[in-house]
Design a protein around this ligand. Sequence first.
Ligand code: PXP
Length: 251
Amino acid sequence: MSAPFLRLGVNIDHVATVRNARGGAVPDPVRAALLAIEAGADGITAHLREDRRHIRDEDMARLKREISRPLNFEMAATDEMVAIALHTRPHASCLVPEKRSERTTEGGLDVAGAHDRLKVITTELARAGMRVSLFIEPSLDALEAAKSIGAPVVELHTGAWCDALTHGQQEKADHEFGRIRVAAARAAELGIECHAGHGLDYATARKIASLPQVVELNIGHFLIGEAIFVGLGEAIRRMRAAMDEGRRVAG
Ligand code: PXP
């Protein structure tokens, strides 16, 4: 059996980061989302952080109104964000841990520790029609906890793997990739749809595409950075090609 199609979710948060650096209206993250879709993105991901450092409330509302592909709303598991998600009604919501002092989402959710609260929120968002995913470390414990919550989808945090490669720590990188491979296989056994993201570039996206259980990648920072050099459309086309190439190994 051939591996299922691997979707590319493009995270446009950092277009808003650049916009906010000057406090004006450009560059517009919604324009970037429309261009990303034209270039082959299968969905758009945006993280409305509690401090609104990049995406803002009106961006989420405009994305929902203006884009033709699924919107994935990354959000902290707070009452405020749940209310916004229920109002915005994106196609999907991805629950992430959030610390104000962090530069980006540094780790996965403590699924076991916040089990009851995450279960209530997951149920509420799913009842409203959203595909709910939990952003977790690639660990078997986190997967079992996600299963017990009834999460239909998990997104495996690939940051530790990507960081190890960036720092030339090959042994650590191999270990981290091994954890991702095992977690993806276990997710499939548990009947949980498996996504992955954080820190991915062309090479790491190609590699992770070789795992047939992974059906969606969410990629932001690298693509927006590449856009400076080759344009956003071209960066997305190159990413799509890298993913397709990696997928052929799985197939
Ligand atoms: N997936 C999740 C859940 C995230 O929080 C982020 C970062 O916002 C990403 C994917 C994308 O990570 P990156 O910007 O490093 O590609």
